[in-house]
Design a binder for this molecule. Structure first.
Ligand SMILES: [Zn+2]
Length: 226
């Protein structure tokens, strides 16, 4: 299994780019944040522990995160996958790489979306999500739009987008990113992109650095015998 890893600051658009890439290459996307939210929503024992950590502003217990990560990875039936949100810092690299090795997986590329802090804070202030289906949108003051997924017209600011939380997230990010980048660079898998460019431009630029969608692994179309 080959892995494309996304990294970048909160608000860099890496979630959006990861989803677009998943659609273009027809490969699964594993967002660590989504997996943890699933646990919380499922009200499992693990979910309750994670909720507790989130409520007190701490990172969830790392061995627990690894357990959830590996469990979900086992269920993937694809020879290629995208990760978003794991590993978060260089301390997590050895465990993540061990898990990948056990699944016979290796990092194909690490996609780094670089965006300056000042641009990020402007973006965060414009970031909303559909109250009905959760799709993210960038909305400026006075804009009225309809969700193009569910036609909803009610948009809310994301909880984690409050400015203080944002500053904290950025500080944590800055402390952890340079080691991660160094690690991927040393392993010749790092590709950096200018995350301030339009979404489509960034997407096509990312695509041009990756192997295209592999038609050979999909089942050939059955010819109609009628
Ligand atoms: Zn919607």
């Amino acid at each position: 299994m080959e892995v494309v890893i996304f990294l970048g600051p909160p608000g860099s658009g890496k979630g959006t780019q990861a989803r677009l890439l998943s659609r273009s290459l027809k490969i699964p996307l594993m967002g660590m944040g989504d997996l943890l939210r699933n646990e919380i929503n499922g009200q499992t024992e693990r979910g309750q522990k994670i909720q507790k950590a989130v409520d007190s502003g701490e990172m969830p217990d790392w061995p627990l995160v690894c357990e959830i990560f590996e469990e979900n990875l086992k269920g993937i039936q694809s020879n290629r996958i995208i990760f978003d949100g794991i590993p978060r810092n260089s301390m997590q690299i050895p465990d993540v790489m061990d898990i990948l090795k056990r699944r016979n997986a290796a990092v194909e590329k690490a996609i780094f979306l670089n965006v300056p802090e000042i641009v990020l804070s402007q973006r965060i202030q414009q970031r909303f999500q559909c109250a009905q289906c959760g799709t993210s949108y960038s909305i400026k003051e006075g804009d009225t739009i309809l969700c193009n997924i569910c036609q909803g017209s009610n948009f809310v600011r994301r909880n984690d987008d409050q400015q203080e939380a944002m500053k904290l997230r950025f500080r944590v990010y800055k402390e952890s990113i340079s080691d991660l980048i160094g690690y991927y660079k040393d392993n010749n898998v790092l590709v950096e992109f200018d995350g301030t460019l339009p979404i489509d431009t960034v997407h096509h630029s990312i695509l041009s650095h990756l192997k295209p969608f592999d038609y050979s692994v999909t089942a050939p179309m059955k010819k109609s015998t009628a």
